[in-house]
Design a protein around this ligand. Structure first.
Ligand code: 8YV
Length: 315
């Protein structure tokens, strides 16, 4: 039997690439020099798209694949997939939830600690000889006991809050509705009200058109000159210009970001801001999690073509 044709939007590690190519006729969109010509040539045969969270699949790509049945996303976020175009044609979409939750939460908490305790500059201090020449490292602020807000108490938000509780922090959260959580986690639905009540605001909510710039100038102002924003979700959830303005003027103390508008290129304004702790979108970037994500991506593809229920169906 011939293998189904699959359009691949971005690179995967070999441990995924090899089994993917064993099961599918893989067409590597991301390697094509002339993408429109490539799409015009292979599009009519494509039955599945394998993509990554941040790459998704646009309406234009979907339209170029009239036989498309399934889009399998390597990532929990599917905001870059045009869901309306998929719904209109009955195309199924899958993602990779759960397997990455704890690693993303770990990175979020690690960024809070690293930035607040000045660990990057402290490492340089120890290594460079400044410790000998200048003495002890300047004092930093504490984390434990302070107030943390979690904007979006889904899987990742919950895992972040659980970790913060382990640091004896006071937890407040915003969500579409009240969740079954420990009695001392405060529910503050309005993002501005939440930001007003906390020292650290974690952005962990799934991005959509409705959540675009949910962290706007008003939320950042409410977080204030002692506040810190941590974003491990999608850049679009934060008004990046408002964030940069606030960091530059001291209206916000600090930020830690794993996601950026236009990534992997960064707004050059970030370069002059040591109070912004920057990470290259690698919340899910451990061997263990990426292997779990790849396995789930492939399980969704193979279940679809075997006519079996899909392990993690979005629509
Ligand atoms: C990326 C992510 O998919 O899960 C998501 O939504 O953004 C990430 O896990 C990952 O960087 C692989 O491209």
């Amino acid at each position: 039997m011939s293998k189904p044709d699959l359009l691949q939007m971005g690179a995967y590690p070999d441990w995924d690439q090899i089994p993917l190519e064993a099961a599918f006729q893989v067409h590597r969109y991301f390697e094509a020099a002339d993408k429109p010509a490539f799409l015009a040539q292979v599009g009519p045969r494509i039955r599945a798209i394998a993509t990554r969270g941040e790459l998704g699949a646009s309406a234009q790509i979907i339209a170029a694949c009239p036989q498309l049945e399934l889009i399998s996303v390597y990532g929990v976020g599917y905001d870059a997939v045009d869901l309306a175009a998929c719904r209109a044609r009955g195309i199924r979409v899958t993602n990779t939830p759960d397997v990455l939750t704890n690693d993303v939460a770990d990175l979020a908490v690690a960024m809070m600690l690293a930035q607040t305790r000045g660990m990057l500059a402290a490492e340089v201090w120890a290594r460079s000889g400044d410790w000998v020449a200048k003495g002890g490292y300047p004092l930093q602020s504490r984390v434990w006991g302070r107030r943390a807000g979690v904007l979006g108490l889904g899987r990742i938000g919950h895992a972040v809050a659980k970790r913060l509780a382990g640091f004896d922090m006071q937890i407040a959260y915003s969500s579409q509705s009240r969740k079954e959580v420990p009695a001392d986690w405060a529910f503050i639905q309005d993002p501005v009200a939440l930001a007003q009540e906390v020292d650290f605001l974690f952005v962990t909510l799934a991005a959509s058109a409705e959540t675009r710039h949910i962290v706007n100038a008003a939320v950042i102002k409410a977080l204030g000159p002692q506040g810190m924003l941590i974003n491990v979700s999608r850049a679009a959830n934060v008004d990046e210009t408002a964030l940069l303005d606030a960091l530059e003027t001291g209206a916000l103390r600090a930020a830690a970001l794993d996601v950026f508008e236009g990534e992997p290129a960064l707004n050059p304004r970030f370069k002059a801001l040591p109070q912004a702790f920057l990470q290259p979108h690698h919340g899910s970037g451990t061997y263990e999690t990426r292997q779990g994500m790849g396995a789930l991506l492939r399980q969704n593809l193979s279940a679809h073509f075997a006519g079996q229920p899909l392990p993690s169906l979005v629509i």
